[in-house]
Design a protein around this ligand. Sequence first.
Ligand code: IMP
Ligand code: MG
Length: 184
Amino acid sequence: MTGRMEADLAKILIPRERIQQRVQELGREIARVYGEQSEELVIAAILSGSIIFLADLIRCLPFKMKLGLMTVSRYRGATTTGGETHLVQDLNEDISGRHVLVVDDILDSGHTLREVKRQLAERGPASLRTCVLLRKTAKAPKDLNADFVGFEIEDVFVVGYGLDYDGQYRNWPDIGVLRPELYA
Ligand code: IMP
Ligand code: MG
């Protein structure tokens, strides 16, 4: 009836246990930075790739926070990014004077994060930081750094734990490399 996802993966890059361990560490890193602040944190999550990471990460944060969701359109069905970045759905939280942490799945070319940061900065947040689960070390631009990074990875197309190819594989619990012949 349904396709088996394992058959489409060339290899598992980051197994689920390592993801969980690192997400808990990230939670502690984030708590160290924001823990003493009296202003409530707003997490601004970029849909849809961040959803699984987001759900795990925010449950590791031991203080009050609010969640804002935004959709950025950039990448449709392809394994390389290109074209304009634009906000399809804006945050449902006011961020003026608030500490804001942007959460995304992956820092690849950096276009998405750069544009989101630019737009949110215009609204006068008290602070603006970024957290990504993955960063493609070789490709991410030197002048755009995420404040919190889960894993540095090589320049391969990955799926699972929220990341998709053409809408699929988000529900795979590990982060895996898709067999290149599937998208060539
Ligand atoms: P950017 O190139 O940094 O703007 O990344 C844009 C978006 O492309 C990310 O938020 C992901 O949703 C998607 N993306 C980039 N690289 C990958 C990948 O290896 N697998 C799945 N999605 C990716
Ligand atoms: Mg994304």
